[in-house]
Design a protein around this ligand. Structure first.
Ligand code: CP
Length: 342
């Protein structure tokens, strides 16, 4: 196994396409042989969760175990001290210690730190969650993995591996990919929407961002990444507010709810827009417009709000494959960052 000489996994944009391809290939090997080389023998990792999780926590813990390593889970404000960050940011209650000590102390105990700090209400003016991740990266002397902040790079890799498996090829260029906004009765973070746009364009697909109004177009930093990716990888990027034309001929439909940028943290003006667009739900009629396309979602998903039972229970739904792949890709990322040289 080759060790990729990288320090952190904060975003896929930080890694070269060759590095991402190597990790995806290693993940496929782990999937074929889950109890293969114990690349983390004698290694420990700390998983710091500021938010709830089913998939991320389980897959990282089990992944570390399968690689021969050991995982410690910490929840600041619950079973670990609340943490203060630079610029006065406090996570989960009264701060008892600063990120500088937290990251440095953990670095003395473990070989890798995972951080989950996704926003319930994104405040782009403070960009708190991105600063949480960057704070760990700044003060840690061991690699840091983004377990979801305002992006979700581990989900990106799991998604791409699922698409590669479904289409039977590592080359996804030429696939028509629709990232569709879906209704949700409260504001949610944009992490997976930002990530899906980023990785779909990185893989050279023909990407349509489908959303109700121009106010729902994603933040300019991720639109910028997507445009940069199209320039480098080929493919295309367009924004559409027309459901039928966006779905027509699609090979992939990926759904997520995200907030309208001007209204983040200000629910009153956003709610009427959402309520007027419940028809964005992913249903059989829309999927029938696709090129026998597949549907996926990062999960968790509210059935019959974002996607119907019929879509979720259809063989065209690969969300469970994507969720499984979290285990395999994260093992590959961990092995690449801290694995034993062989
Ligand atoms: N998709 C995802 O990250 O799931 P969890 O929130 O359950 O970890």
């Amino acid at each position: 196994m080759k060790q990729v000489p990288l320090q952190h996994f904060l975003n896929t944009q930080d890694w070269t396409r060759a590095e991402l391809d190597a990790v995806l290939a290693l993940a496929a090997q782990y999937k074929a042989q889950p109890l293969g080389p114990r690349a983390l023998e004698g290694k420990s990792i700390a998983l710091v969760f500021f938010n709830s999780s089913l998939r991320t926590r389980t897959s990282f813990e089990i992944g570390a175990f399968q690689l021969g390593g050991h995982a410690v889970v910490l929840q600041p404000g619950k079973d670990a001290w609340p943490i203060e960050f630079d610029l006065g940011t406090v996570m989960d209650g009264e701060a008892e210690e600063h990120i500088a000590e937290v990251a440095r102390v953990l670095s003395r105990y473990v070989d890798l730190i995972g951080v989950r700090a996704f926003p319930k209400f994104v405040d782009w003016s403070t960009d708190r969650e991105d600063r949480v991740l960057k704070g760990f990266a700044k003060y840690s002397s061991v690699p840091v993995i983004n377990m979801e902040t305002i992006t979700h790079p581990c989900q990106e890799l799991a998604h791409i591996l699922a698409l590669q498996e479904h289409f039977g090829t590592r080359d996804l260029r030429g696939k028509k990919y629709v990232l569709t906004w879906t209704y949700h009765p409260k504001p949610l973070n944009t992490a997976v929407a930002n990530s899906a746009l980023t990785i779909a364009t990185r893989m050279g697909m023909d990407v349509t961002l489908l959303c109700p109004t121009p106010e729902y177009v994603l933040d300019e930093r991720y639109m910028g990444w997507a445009e940069q990716n199209v320039a480098e990888s080929g493919g295309s990027l367009q924004v559409s507010h027309d459901i039928e034309s966006a779905y027509r001929g699609a090979d992939v439909v990926y759904a997520k709810s995200w907030g309208a940028l001007p209204y983040f943290g200000n629910w009153a003006p956003e709610k009427p827009i959402r309520d007027a667009h419940k028809h964005f739900i992913v249903d059989e009629a829309k999927m029938a417009l696709t090129n026998d396309g597949v549907f996926s979602h990062c999960l968790p998903l509210r059935r019959n709000v974002k996607a119907t039972d019929a879509v979720m229970d259809s063989p065209r739904c690969i969300a469970i494959d994507e969720a499984e792949n979290r285990l395999h890709v994260q093992k590959a990322v961990m092995a690449s960052l801290i694995g034993q040289r062989r």
